[in-house]
Design a binder for this molecule. Structure first.
Ligand SMILES: Nc1nc2c(c(=O)[nH]1)N[C@H]1C(S)=C(S)[C@@H](COP(=O)(O)OP(=O)(O)OC[C@H]3O[C@@H](n4cnc5c(=O)[nH]c(N)nc54)[C@H](O)[C@@H]3O)O[C@H]1N2
Ligand SMILES: Nc1nc2c(c(=O)[nH]1)N[C@H]1C(S)=C(S)[C@@H](COP(=O)(O)OP(=O)(O)OC[C@H]3O[C@@H](n4cnc5c(=O)[nH]c(N)nc54)[C@H](O)[C@@H]3O)O[C@H]1N2
Ligand SMILES: [Mo]
Length: 744
């Protein structure tokens, strides 16, 4: 049995930070770390957790250190490296080995005669892209993917480029991530964004955390949870796994706590819900509250319900009609536990609900989120201090990219305003999301793929199908910092365009530029790189987009060179196109930046009913075939999405391996497995196609019976392309029906 940790942070985090600083030859006296998340420094390239108003001089976490040392590594993937290895050979390398070749240094183009990438000039690279795009039958034959690290400035130029070209095909990482939050909250309260700020965390009486592992994925959130716990707020976690970071925390930068070995308990209540069972758990809480309300009016906020909401009676009826047995069976919890959680909820003056991938990546991902919003609405927990909805975003600027117009379904007001600013007609028909792009490429309907960051080949579902789809393309282009799977699974023509990382100085026309990003709580602030670029041949993302734009549209209407000569010019355009950015250039000078307007936070409901909507969704059908398991795919403590920093997963007690399968000990016994076994995982998608992932080692773990967990991206071969959320099309990475075959 793996020795699970019951505490996050502490000496383990400090030791691990030092290990990565040493491994990547982080130079002695290098001040970079101390400029991360500081007012005049750069934003951590890790997660989207906001910076406090007065950051400590060391406002970084262990995983921020990994993200930074990954970017500042001294290793280089030079043209000499590419000369030594054919692409076929590199395709045999694992994800860690590919990225561990270090930073890309030159633009490269694939030569099919030698099966190698060869250096190419920027000018030639841009020319080839423009030529290929012009040769397409329709603008919709092209897809423009974005990963969430892209700055506001780059994202704005990128969507402009695609729309000028004539398409809304903007698949992005968000489609696989918080799309269910965006769609769900959009229908409920007309925003996809969280309604809270960091100050609300200081005022909440209870914080509910659903389907999130902050100890690994948002470590700086633990500081807020620690403070909340110390002042007596209740923290209630719903998670099939007992995640160390949700149990106890020692801040590695608190010398006294470290020396005394003192940690703070985080969750006051912990419920090991079944995979996919949150909607039932939340509805069960609502049922308890509504039953209680019959004798005690104070458990509901009647004034709020009357003045601000729509659909309450229908929801009340639906909840009353849903039998307790169904709710308890689906959630996997006892009635007593539901009652306890509900009592915390209505006993608290103000409540924040946080969530991440454990809620969004399900067939009922959208309904999951709407059920959480319903719960908040019962007691008016939106739009007042210490209360609200908090979808905790992933990539550091994924939220900003959406604000800038990276979406396959743009709003009419946005397009109209873009057209007015630049004098062209933007396409109105909706484009392809990530899942639709893969299908279109597989069917030969999309033949050009451009990735602005990210690792499309590894991050997406149904790896075999996706790889065939990418290979069918006439051209694949990737703007990247490191070599990854998407470069070696490529189209007939392929280009790698190496770009600056967030920590590096971006000089345009002789002066240093800042970019801006928006965090999970809608704060927009500047990020200014300071390091010497990894290679003199790198370009910034905005400069790369402008380079393509200038070749593709030499006769206007956009003066690309002017826009990138000073990013203030790009921000001026953003200011006139997108609401909320008045005085953009001035306001990013303020320490901490500025907050974008958030109507629901002020109880303004821009929904079609003019109120906050209770949405009455049917419960999902969650059953799997007898003998099958539900598999969730997760991140280890040593990865950033598809980037593997190292094998092992400290908090879950795993060392030196990634192909592990966490199982309930009873299930292991029934299936005749031991920790020395090796199994093939087979998935069972509705399309009946055979999908397998071999050579996984079972590990007995504290997880509900019938549930299993393994790491992503290794398990993406198992996710069927049509297994996605209703309405948001987010792949069901947290609910894969699987069976196991014993290998030995
Ligand atoms: N260091 C590091 N930081 C990261 C990332 C990274 O890879 N590494 N990735 C970034 C990105 S893009 C994102 S989106 C976030 C992701 O942040 P998380 O959403 O925390 O990431 P996951 O590893 O997918 O973990 C999901 C959690 O949900 C739980 N879970 C799974 N299924 C269910 C369910 O049905 N119900 C409930 N209640 N829980 C469930 C799992 O046990 C796990 O604890 O992190 C961001 N930050
Ligand atoms: N099975 C399963 N699949 C999942 C998930 C899951 O939980 N389970 N999670 C999903 C989620 S939440 C997300 S967000 C996606 C992530 O999908 P992506 O965002 O596409 O993937 P990343 O792994 O974050 O991208 C890593 C690559 O980004 C490039 N890169 C790093 N920094 C920069 C930079 O500053 N600029 C540029 N241009 N490139 C850079 C590097 O070349 C690196 O190889 O994966 C999704 N896929
Ligand atoms: Mo994400």
């Amino acid at each position: 049995m793996a020795e699970q940790k019951t505490e996050a942070g502490g000496w383990g985090a400090l030791n691990s930070s030092l290990h990565f600083l040493r491994r990547e030859s982080f130079l002695k006296g290098n001040a970079t770390l101390f400029r991360m998340n500081q007012p005049r420094g750069f934003d951590c390239p890790g997660c989207a957790w906001p910076d406090p108003k007065n950051p400590s001089p060391t406002e970084f976490c262990e995983n921020g250190v990994k993200a930074l040392t990954y970017e500042t590594t001294t290793k280089r993937a030079t043209p000499e490296l590419f000369a030594k290895h054919t692409v076929t050979e590199m395709r045999g390398w694992d994800d860690f080995t590919l990225e561990n070749t270090g930073r890309l240094t030159h633009p490269m183009t694939y030569n099919p005669d030698t099966d190698r990438y060869e250096a190419v000039s920027w000018d030639e690279a841009f020319e080839r892209i423009a030529r290929h795009l012009r040769s397409l039958g329709s603008p919709d034959d092209a897809a423009f993917y974005t990963s969430g690290r892209t700055s506001n400035e780059a994202a704005f130029l990128y969507q402009l480029l695609g729309r000028l070209f004539g398409t809304n095909n903007f698949p992005d990482c968000s489609n696989m991530c918080h799309e269910s939050s965006g769609v769900g909250m959009g229908e409920s309260i007309a925003t996809g964004k969280g309604t809270v700020t960091l100050e609300d965390f200081e005022k909440a009486d209870a914080i509910f955390v659903f389907g999130q592992n902050p100890g690994t994925n948002h470590p700086r959130m633990l500081s807020e949870l620690e403070k909340a716990s110390k002042r007596g707020a209740r923290i209630v976690s719903f998670n099939p796994l007992k995640e160390a970071g949700l149990l106890n925390f020692t801040h590695p930068q608190n010398a006294v706590d470290m020396l005394l070995g003192r940690s703070t308990p985080i969750s006051s209540h912990y419920y090991q819900v079944q995979i996919g069972g949150d909607m039932a758990a939340v509805r069960a809480m609502a049922k308890f509250i509504l039953e209680k309300a019959e004798s005690d009016r104070s458990v509901l906020d009647h004034d709020f319900l009357e003045r601000h909401t729509h659909g309450f009676e229908e929801y009340r009826r639906l909840v009353a009609e849903t039998p307790w047995e169904v709710l308890l069976e689906q959630s996997g919890l006892e009635r007593q536990q539901i009652q306890e959680a509900a009592e915390v909820y209505f006993g608290a003056g103000s409540v924040i609900c946080c969530w991440a991938m454990g809620l969004t990546q399900h067939r009922h991902g959208v309904a999951n989120i709407q059920e959480v919003v319903n719960l908040l609405l019962l007691r008016g927990n939106i739009g007042r201090p210490g209360a609200g909805a908090c979808p905790v975003r992933g990539h550091s600027n994924v939220q900003g990219d959406r604000t800038m117009g990276i979406t396959e379904e743009p709003k009419e007001e946005f397009l109209a305003s873009l057209e007015k600013e630049f004098g062209f007609t933007a396409p109105r028909h909706h484009g392809f999301s990530t899942v639709h792009t893969i299908k279109a490429m597989a069917e030969g309907r999309v033949g050009f793929f451009l990735g602005m960051g990210g690792n499309f080949a590894s991050a997406t579902p149904d790896s075999d199908l996706t790889w065939q789809a990418l290979r069918r393309c006439g051209m694949t282009v990737h703007v990247s910092t490191h070599l990854n799977r998407s470069h070696v699974v490529h189209g007939a023509a392929a280009l790698i365009l190496p770009c600056l990382g967030r920590s590096e100085a971006d000089i345009q026309a002789g002066s240093r530029q800042s970019v801006t990003v928006e965090d999970s709580m809608s704060m927009v602030h500047a990020s200014t790189g300071i390091n010497r670029p990894a290679s003199e041949h790198l370009k910034s993302e905005p400069a790369i987009i402008a380079g393509i734009g200038a070749k593709l549209f030499p006769n206007g209407p956009v003066d690309w060179n002017y826009l990138v000569s000073d990013y203030d010019h790009i921000r001026e355009c953003i200011e006139s196109v997108i609401p909320g950015f008045a005085d953009y250039n001035k306001r990013i000078q303020q320490p901490g930046g500025f907050h974008l307007p958030n109507p629901p936070a002020n109880r303004e409901w821009r929904t079609s009913t003019g109120r906050a909507n209770f949405i009455s969704n049917a419960l999902p059908r969650l059953s799997v075939q007898p003998g099958h398991l539900r598999l969730m795919t997760l991140r280890s403590h040593n990865q950033y999405n598809t980037t593997i920093y190292d094998s092992g997963d400290r908090y879950r007690g795993i060392t030196g391996e990634r192909r592990v399968l966490f199982l309930n000990a009873d299930d292991m016994r029934e299936l005749g497995l031991t920790e020395k076994s090796s199994v093939t995982i087979r998935s069972h998608a509705a399309d009946g196609r055979e999908r397998r992932a071999p050579e996984f080692r079972p590990i007995a773990y504290s997880i509900p019976k019938g549930c299993a967990a393994a790491y992503y991206p290794e398990t993406n071969v198992l996710v069927g392309i049509d297994e996605h959320a209703v309405k948001s099309h987010t792949p069901m990475s947290k609910f894969i029906e699987v069976s196991l075959e014993l290998e030995r």
